[in-house]
Design a protein around this ligand. Structure first.
Ligand SMILES: *[C@@H]1O[C@H](CO)[C@@H](O)[C@H](O)[C@H]1NC(C)=O
Ligand SMILES: *[C@@H]1O[C@H](CO)[C@@H](O)[C@H](O)[C@H]1NC(C)=O
Ligand SMILES: *[C@@H]1O[C@H](CO)[C@@H](O)[C@H](O)[C@H]1NC(C)=O
Ligand SMILES: *[C@@H]1O[C@H](CO)[C@@H](O)[C@H](O)[C@H]1NC(C)=O
Ligand SMILES: *[C@@H]1O[C@H](CO)[C@@H](O)[C@H](O)[C@H]1NC(C)=O
Length: 496
């Protein structure tokens, strides 16, 4: 009898100890694995810009897809050659140009996930300009890129031309999503909190053919054309966004050259204040006809098959003056809430991320370290005076097509940000020149995919991260309960 009781006690205690150990092991396994095994999902977006195309592949855990900041960038791939709008005379080549990057994407997306991966192509200002010029050529190109994408085992969702306002708005969404400014997880309260509206970032994007500015202005929306309104995670955002077609840096350079030639008294040799001393470039006047930004007739100039040589002068202040002539500031009259060409803009507010060509130009000039406006001006001025011989020997690695253009681009950026958008000495310090936020590239593509896959809900997230610690608490309480029950049973049995 006593022996039996002892065996019984041992068995009970053994069982309870084993049970506790199992409970402990289970609770140590990551909670996510216990609740729901996360499924990794993939998506891809082609950014078909005016001068080149890039592909971005993103991934995220399906069980967190309504949270902010959970999408990461898996791959970025630069398509070889020019932008898709350059294939107007041979559209099938536009489709073929995408294949190399599509093949790379299929190497990083597991075969079992490919069919569910949404794939988009968005074209921007280069295609907007081509559509203006020859809409059937633009349609033809979009049809051939769609045809190519359909040949791959992905969930093709469409190839289209974004409006300038969409491009601006999606860039703004991308930045604030990556920087967690819509929702922030508070470790103190274990909940998602909504940061102050003042912590929302503005977006400054400079492409080859257009430039965009997007930000949340002070006060409520008046009846602007440039207003966009979104509900994101239960909050309403009134965004000002404007896109300036023909104010991308490549179109700007062409407009600048055309203006300098039109103004010049010589029809063969024209001084170019922004190009380095001893640098020459020959342009065919009829090439200005290929873009709607430069093909307007001008009584001072015939766009025929004549060549003109642009001669670099390395004249910093002359360059700034010439660049300023590309903007019609007088069309704003006395209005302060106006940039140029009569475009309305409320005063800039808060911090801004300046990406794409804003970043690339300033990166080359070593001006992305938060230097003061005075330092930036001084450095650009100095850079502009450097001769072509000096530049080409100092930067042998730099693309020789790009190297002579930094002076013009930098002065253009200064004019746009200061004279047009009206940043000043103080608000200049709120502009951050960067290409990435976290590990993802900043651009419109991520915001576009998030919106089209409904990954940014209009309502506040129901599933709060706060449940993770509470699950832990349950697990710990369970172990303590099991152990104390075991101990109690042991004491009771020994007593009896
Ligand atoms: C995300 O939100 C949508 C609609 O708001 C909902 O139907 C879906 O179940 C949510 N997904 C997750 C993983 O919470
Ligand atoms: C438009 O482009 C197509 C090629 O896609 C060309 O055949 C046609 O002549 C062009 N039309 C005009 C008006 O330039
Ligand atoms: C600037 O805009 C004003 C008002 O729209 C117009 O009268 C003027 O001709 C424009 N100037 C130039 C150089 O285009
Ligand atoms: C940028 O900084 C690097 C390293 O200090 C230097 O070699 C380079 O010349 C600088 N570039 C310009 C454009 O000043
Ligand atoms: C996102 O998509 C919805 C349709 O699903 C559309 O109504 C909304 O305007 C889009 N948001 C933006 C920023 O374009």
């Amino acid at each position: 009898m006593f022996d039996n009781k002892k065996h019984f006690t041992t068995a009970i205690v053994g069982a309870l100890v084993a049970f506790s150990v199992i409970a402990l092991v289970l609770s140590l396994v990551k909670i996510e694995d216990v609740t729901l095994p996360p499924v990794v999902k993939y998506g891809m977006v082609f950014d078909a810009g005016s001068s080149h195309t890039s592909l971005f592949v993103y991934e995220w855990d399906s069980d967190k897809e309504n949270d902010t900041g959970v999408v990461s960038q898996t791959l970025s791939c630069d398509v070889q050659g020019q932008g898709i709008s350059s294939y107007a005379n041979d559209p099938p080549k536009a489709g073929d140009s995408l294949r190399e990057c599509l093949d790379k994407a299929l190497k990083v997306i597991p075969a079992a996930k490919q069919r569910d991966a949404p794939a988009y192509l968005g074209a921007t200002a280069g295609m907007r300009l081509l559509r203006e010029q020859n809409s059937s050529a633009a349609d033809h190109i979009l049809a051939t890129v769609a045809k190519t994408m359909r040949q791959y085992p992905v969930a093709f969702k469409g190839a289209r031309i974004l409006t300038g306002e969409e491009e601006g708005a999606y860039g703004w969404i991308t930045i604030n999503y990556l920087l967690d400014s819509f929702m922030k997880y508070s470790p103190k309260t274990h909940t998602w909190v909504h940061p102050e509206a003042a912590n929302i970032f503005g977006a400054l994007d400079l492409g080859g053919a257009s430039t965009q500015i997007s930000f949340m202005p002070e006060g409520s929306v008046t009846n602007w054309n440039e207003a966009s309104e979104f509900m994101l995670y239960g909050f309403n955002y009134n965004i000002y966004t404007h896109s300036y077609l023909c104010y991308g840096q490549n179109e700007m350079l062409k407009r600048l050259a055309k203006e300098l030639i039109a103004e010049s008294s010589s029809s063969m040799h024209v001084d170019h204040p922004c190009y380095p001393k001893d640098y020459n470039e020959t342009v065919l006047l009829s090439s200005f006809r290929t873009s709607p930004c430069t093909n307007q007739s001008d009584p001072r100039l015939t766009l025929d098959n004549k060549n003109v040589t642009l001669q670099g002068r390395g004249d910093a202040s002359g360059c700034l003056t010439a660049v300023r002539k590309l903007f019609n500031f007088s069309a704003c009259g006395q209005s302060q809430d106006c940039t140029f060409d009569g475009v309305y803009q409320p005063p800039v507010r808060g911090q801004f991320i300046a990406f794409s060509a804003f970043y690339y130009n300033f990166k080359f000039l070593n001006l992305t370290e938060g230097q003061s406006l005075a330092t930036v001006r001084e450095n650009i001025k100095h850079f502009c005076t450097r001769s072509w011989e000096d530049l080409s020997s100092s930067y042998p690695e730099e693309n020789p097509e790009r190297l002579p253009k930094y002076c013009a681009n930098a002065n253009y950026i200064l004019t746009l940000l200061l004279d047009a958008y009206k940043f000043n000495e103080t608000s200049w310090n709120n502009i951050f020149f960067q290409m990435k936020a976290g590990s993802a590239d900043v651009g419109w593509t991520l915001g576009y995919m998030l919106n089209l896959t409904n990954m940014i809900p209009a309502e506040a997230p129901a599933r709060l991260k706060g449940h993770v610690p509470s699950l832990w608490a349950v697990a710990v309480a369970f172990i303590i309960l099991t152990l104390s029950l075991g101990l109690a049973a042991l004491l009771v049995l020994l007593w009896v």
